[in-house]
Design a protein around this ligand. Structure first.
Ligand code: NOJ
Length: 600
């Protein structure tokens, strides 16, 4: 794999271009192409959350044979790749993001042979496979951590993790004041093998997820071997969990900020007691410069393999110029663009984040990624139906303000069509192609996210976006499992969203996505360009997002009034049925995106 050459960001160029009307102007912010044509630059990548995708065994938990059996759905949808959340051996205290053995499949999900069969089937369908790598922490049931507990302070076994003596008389206070992303303290005290109260270990997440010490060469070596293990099996890349957290500031200094994952201050971004958030307020556990050397060494490992294998950073880092450092030519290949995901449903803010994303990544020659939903956030079909559309509660319960389902879905389809027309690589979260809402009335006693109990039942957490998928409206568990078992109960509304209720139905969310993916490929939008369009009739900048990518004008109407589509444009796709005015003009109603061909 040849690293691409960094390019400088294009100067914004404003030109008068006849898009619909002579008065329109376009401002170019991103040129077409770039890079060496690697597949991941413009790929649509579909996130599979294995425990909730499809259950082959009937125990109510999704598994690898279930995935293999349903891959045809993804081939028909037209995705280029899948990313699988963890399926490794794990006690499942954080749904598999607590890995006990990085080289084996948890029996819940199947076997290594099942993995190989799934990979082979995916490749036969021309779908690439990215797996999750969780290097910031292991499970407390990992052999290394068990050995660390059995060994003495100062031993090589303890040196793989972040063990420290406590503060205060008898070491009774934690070594510093850091808090866990899931709530509560980030330190747990151990009992030494001789029965005395002992050292403390660091866990930025749950108590059962001890942080590794990445200054230890043994840790670095082990993860290079893990990469090779999966690369040798044929995987096409890795999504790297908590990529901004692996190196901590020297001396582990106190920090008065809190690290929440989903609310206004995201994981690793940066709330503080003075209420400020965002850039320049980085905690000593996040986005330390030392992480980049790790990714340079991984880049070299991947480059030894054939094909374009890739590394994708899960890094909640702002500003975007800081995030772009993870995708410099000799580091990772992509980073999730959470700034886009967390932008409110406002035209000016969407324009700003899109521009800033493209400019920041163009500086380092990397593709920009786009994402609206994943297994850690309230589904965008529900976020966009909240009173402040796009706001980010940490889960929604029955007693909380409820999203408007119809409005949310309408906006979600509009947002997705905007996203799928942007140049770069787009990530879809399983079920969004069905328009699935969050389960907002999941009984609290079913919740499994550690956030729920670690926050002392103040944050509902992420179970509501992880509910098993509906495949067949009339089948038990909506076709998720052959027995009707389902590890979280599915809301009744899921019947309306089931795949078989939407397949072949013109205008269904599924068919809108499928057409979008086909047209995106046909018009090469993923490797295309972006120029903002201003001055379209009736299109106020604060309520309309309008851009041109290659020959396609993309227009999202966020304002209350319907717009008239300029007559000389040829409609290509729309997120909703479009009404027609008495004089024959096509109307673009509120919360709708259209794709139309220009310059013909
Ligand atoms: C980010 C993952 O996406 C999330 O699900 C997990 O809980 C944390 N990292 C800890 O691994």
């Amino acid at each position: 794999m040849t690293p691409s050459t960094p390019t400088s960001a294009p100067e914004a160029m404003t030109t008068a271009t006849p898009v619909g009307e002579p008065s329109t102007t376009t401002t170019l912010v991103h040129r077409p192409g770039g890079g060496a044509g690697e597949w991941w630059r413009d790929a649509v990548i579909y996130q599979i959350y294995p425990r909730s995708f499809a259950d082959g065994s009937g125990d109510g938990i999704g598994d690898l044979p279930g995935i293999t059996a349903r891959l045809g759905h993804l081939a028909r949808l037209g995705v280029d790749a899948v990313w699988l959340s963890p399926f490794y051996r794990s006690p499942q205290n954080d749904a598999g993001y607590d890995v006990a053995d990085y080289r084996d499949v948890d029996p819940l999900f199947g076997t290594l042979d099942d993995f190989d069969a799934m990979l082979e089937r995916a490749h036969r369908l021309r779908i690439r496979v990215i797996v999750d790598l969780v290097p910031n922490h292991t499970s407390s049931e990992h052999a290394w951590f068990r050995a660390a507990l059995a060994a003495a302070p100062g031993s090589p076994e303890r040196a793989r993790y972040v063990f420290r003596d406590g503060r205060g008389p008898g070491g009774e206070e934690p070594p510093n004041n850091w808090t866990s992303v899931f709530g509560g303290a980030a330190w747990t005290r151990v009992t030494e093998p001789d029965g005395t109260p002992g050292q403390w270990y660091l866990h930025l997440f749950d108590t059962t997820q001890p942080d590794l010490d990445w200054t230890n060469p043994e840790v670095r070596d082990e993860f290079e071997q893990v990469l090779r293990f999966w690369l040798d099996r044929g995987v096409d890349g890795f999504r790297v969990d908590v990529a901004h957290g692996m190196v901590k500031a020297e001396g582990l200094p106190d920090w008065s900020g809190t690290s929440a994952m989903i609310d206004g201050a995201h994981e690793g971004e940066l709330g503080s007691e003075d209420g400020s958030t965002g850039a320049g307020n980085r905690g000593p556990m996040w986005d330390q410069d030392g992480v980049h050397e790790i990714y340079r060494s991984w880049h070299r490992v991947l480059a030894e393999y054939d094909g374009d294998r890739c590394l994708v950073a899960e890094a909640w880092v702002e500003p975007l110029s800081r995030l772009a450092r993870y995708v410099r030519p000799d580091e990772m290949h992509q980073a999730f663009n959470f700034s886009f995901l967390t932008t409110l449903w406002r035209a000016d803010e969407l324009r700003t984040v899109v521009t800033e994303s493209l400019v920041a990544n163009d500086v380092v020659g990397a593709p920009t990624t786009w994402v609206l939903s994943n297994h850690d956030v309230v589904r965008h079909a529900s976020r966009l139906g909240l009173e402040v559309p796009g706001s980010k509660p940490n889960g929604i319960g029955a007693g909380d303000p409820q999203p408007d389902e119809e409005v949310g879905l309408r906006r979600a389809r509009a947002a997705s069509l905007m996203m799928l027309a942007l140049p770069g690589s787009a990530y879809l979260y399983q079920g969004e192609e069905l328009g699935l809402p969050e389960h907002t009335s999941l009984p609290d006693d079913e919740r499994q996210d550690p956030t729920w109990w670690r926050s002392e039942h103040t944050e509902r957490g992420r179970d509501g976006c992880r509910v098993p998928l509906p495949w067949e409206a009339q089948a038990p568990a909506y076709g998720f499992s052959p027995t009707g078992e389902s590890w979280l109960s599915q809301p009744e509304a899921f019947g309306r969203y089931a795949l078989d209720a939407q397949r072949g139905v013109a205008g269904s969310t599924y068919e809108v996505y499928r057409s979008a993916l086909r047209l995106r490929r046909e018009f090469r939008l993923g490797s295309g360009s972006l120029a903002w369009v201003d001055g379209l009739p009736n299109c106020a900048a604060d309520t309309v997002v309008a851009f041109v990518n290659r020959e396609i004008l993309v227009l999202t109407n966020i304002g209350a009034a319907a717009l008239r589509l300029p007559a000389d444009l040829e409609l290509v796709h729309a997120s909703q049925d479009l009404p027609v005015a008495d004089d024959g003009a096509v109307l673009v109603p509120t919360d709708t995106t259209v794709w139309a061909r220009v310059g013909r």
